[in-house]
Design a protein around this ligand. Sequence first.
Ligand code: NAD
Length: 419
Amino acid sequence: MSQHINVFEMAQSQLRATARHLDGLTPGLIDVLAMPMRQLTVNFPVVMDDGSVRVFQGYRVQHNSSRGPTKGGIRYHPEVDIFETSALAMWMTWKCAVANIPYGGAKGSIKLDPKQLSDRELERLTRRYATEINIILGERSDIPAPDVGTNPQTMAWIMDTISMQRGQTSLGVVTGKPIELGGSLGRVEATGRGVVVTAEEACKIMNMKLEGARVAVQGFGNVGSVAAKLIEDMGAKVIAVSDARGGIYRKDGLPIAKELYGRYAGRDGSLADYKDADQITNEDLFGLDCDILIPAALSASITKENAGKVKAKLVVEGANGPLTPDADAILEDKGILVCPDILANAGGVVVSYFEWVQDLQNFFWDEDEVNVKLEKLMRHSFGAVRSTMEQHKTNMRTAAMIIGVKRVAEATMVRGIFP
Ligand code: NAD
C-alpha cells in the first residue's frame, strides 16, 4: 500500500517540478491540478459460479475535466488501489493534453486477478461494476477504455449494460470496443504505430537512420508486437523481443512479420518455444548492443540496478512508466535520448478519441484515414515537445509535462473557478 501511495506522491511531485518551469501558476492553481476532482470507491457483490457471493472493491477516479470529458482505461489487477488509480488518472490528463485531444484524465480499476474468474463471473462482475460507476460515466462526461486485464469484450459488456439502463444504444460511452459494436479500425495497432512514428521522429533529430537500426523490444503483447512489426516494416532490424518468460535474440534480425507476429504475439510466455534464435533473459535484453530500446511491458522495468547497462542510443517508452526516476537520471547522464510515455504511447488514446468521434457521428472511417490522422497528430505532438525542449533547455519528459500541464492550467484559468 505505501508503495502505491508513493506512486501518487510521485505524480504530484512531477507536477510541482514542472510548475517551476511555468510562469503564472499560482499555488492555488497547482493545488487544483495536484488532486483528482472526483474519486469514487465502490464495494459490490457478485454471485460466483458455485453460488457463493464475493464482494469486490473498485474505483473510478476523474482527475480534471477542464479540457473536456475525462478519459482513461479500466484495469483489473490484484494490486490496484485508490492511490495508484489516482496517479494513473493524473497521467492521463497530461497525455491527452500533450496530444491536444479534448479530454481530461480518468482511470478505473477493480482489485482482482481476472485469470481466477470464469468468463461468466467476469461478465457479472463487469456489469455490476459498470452499474455502480454509471452515476459518473457518460459519453459527454467520462469515457472508459481497456487497460491491463481488460479487453474489447469487457468494453462491450460495459456499453451494453449502460445502454440497457438508458433504454438506448450508447456507442460513445466506452472506446476500445469490438469493430462490430462501433469500435474503430486501426485501434488495435494504434499504440504500437504511435511508438514507431515517435521513434522515426526521434531518429531524425539524432541524425540516426531508422533503416538498418538495431532494435530490442521488451514485451510482445499488444504494444510490443505491433511496434516490432511496424518498425521492421520501416527497414529496422529487430534483434530481440521478450515476454514474461524471457526473450529471443538474433544478431542479424528476427523474422517478426514472417514468423513471430502471427504465432506468438499476445501469447504470454510462448516466445520460449521459438527455436531459431538464442534464448535470453529480460535483463540480457536491456544490456544488448542496439540502437533503439522499446520497453513495452511493465512499469518500473528499468531501475537504478539495471539502467547502467543500457547501450541503446534511444529509448522509446511503449509501456506506462517503464523507467523509475533514478533510471531516467542514469540514462540522461549517459546521453541516451528518452521519448516519454505521455508522448510516445499516446497513439492508443488518440485512436480512442477517433473512435468516440465516429460513434457520436455514426459515421465510420476506413483504416487508412485513421492511420493518416494518427500519424499526423503524433508528428505534430513530437514537434511541439521538441520545440519546448529547446525553449526550456530540458529533457523530453519535462518538455512533454510542460506542454501538458500548461494546456490544462490555461483551460482551468480561462474557465475560472465556479461559482
Ligand atoms: P499486454 O498484456 O498485451 O502485453 C504485455 C506484454 O508484457 C506481454 O508480452 C507479457 O508477456 C509481457 N510481460 C509481462 N511481464 C513481463 C516481464 N516481467 N518481463 C517482460 N515482459 C513481461 O499489454 P499491452 O497492452 O501491450 O501494454 C503494455 C504496456 O503498455 C502497459 O504498460 C500498458 O499500460 C501500456 N500501454 C498500453 C496501451 C494499449 O493501447 N494497449 C496504450 C498505452 C500504454
